[in-house]
Every structure is written in structure tokens, then in C-alpha cells.
Design a protein around this ligand. Structure first.
Ligand code: FES
Ligand code: FES
Length: 152
């Protein structure tokens, strides 16, 4: 066990954790931020996606000790009132089914638009390819990302 300081959603947390603990565990079990979901645990589904300095990472496969001073952003911290362009577009297109994969989908989409405000269809496909949705919302996800890109 060690005391690990993490910057999450612009707040500093001091967490008692095994340095090898995956960031996802620290977020959900120690910081109480349960918006980020556990899917596969082996970096294959994207459900656990959060941002590290604005880029999408899989928190199930990143040890807390590797986060260092990087800013972690979870779905809870993406915007104050759920009004990030991606969230607004998601609502407008009515993307969600069961919702389980959606925090990860939204975080991946938001990271894509951070890096590329006007993604082509191929850019969207490539960025979102590793986020699995068992409800099959892929077409609506693509439509919402295009809508969000237009809002920025
Ligand atoms: S839970 Fe992390 S990629 Fe599936
Ligand atoms: S909305 Fe159900 S898994 Fe994606």
C-alpha cells in the first residue's frame, strides 16, 4: 500500500492503494466515481475509458502509479452540467440503449474531438473502433459525433 495523489476532475485525491492497482479500481472503489464502467478488464471493450490530459486511455489496464501528475477526467468531470457538445449531441440523437458502454463511448468521442475537431467518417471509425456496444448503437454514435463536431 502507498499513498497516491491523483488529480481527478480538477480535484486532488489522496488514495491508499497498491501502486499496481488499475486506475479503474481507484476511480470506482476509492474515489467513489462510479460513472466509469468495468467491462472486460483487459483493454478490449472501452467501457472504462477516461482521459489522461485530454487523451483517451483504458483505465482498467493502467496502474495508478503510472498516472503521475496527469489530469484524469472521468465522465463526471467532462462538463459541469452534462452539457459538453458530445453529451448534447448524444441526447439529441438519442444514442443510448442500456447505457452500460456509453460513458466510455462518450469519453472516446470527446477525446477524438479534442484532437480532431472535424473528423472524417474514417477518423470516427478508427477512433471508436475499440469501443464495444452490445446493444449495437454504433450508427447513432457516428451520427452524434458528427453533430457534436458541428457544435464546436
Ligand atoms: S474494461 Fe477496460 S477496456 Fe474493457
Ligand atoms: S448501450 Fe448497451 S452496451 Fe452500449
Amino acid at each position: 500500500m502507498a499513498t497516491i495523489k491523483l488529480k481527478i476532475n480538477k480535484k486532488t485525491y489522496s488514495l491508499e492503494a497498491d501502486p499496481n492497482m488499475p486506475l479503474l479500481w481507484a476511480l470506482r472503489d476509492l474515489a467513489g466515481l462510479t460513472g466509469t464502467k468495468y467491462g472486460c478488464g483487459i483493454a478490449q471493450c472501452g467501457a472504462c475509458t477516461v482521459h489522461l490530459n485530454g487523451a483517451a486511455v483504458r483505465s482498467c489496464s493502467l496502474p495508478v502509479s503510472a498516472v503521475g501528475d496527469s489530469e484524469v477526467t472521468t465522465i463526471e468531470g467532462l462538463s459541469k452540467n452534462g452539457d459538453h457538445p458530445v453529451q448534447k449531441a448524444w441526447e439529441e440523437v438519442d444514442v443510448m440503449q442500456c447505457g452500460y458502454c456509453q460513458a466510455g463511448q462518450i469519453m472516446t468521442a470527446a477525446a477524438l474531438l479534442n484532437q480532431n475537431p472535424n473528423p472524417s467518417d474514417a477518423d470516427i471509425y478508427n477512433a471508436m473502433n475499440g469501443n464495444i456496444c452490445r446493444c449495437g448503437t454504433y450508427l447513432r454514435i457516428r451520427e452524434a459525433i458528427k453533430l457534436a463536431a458541428g457544435m464546436k
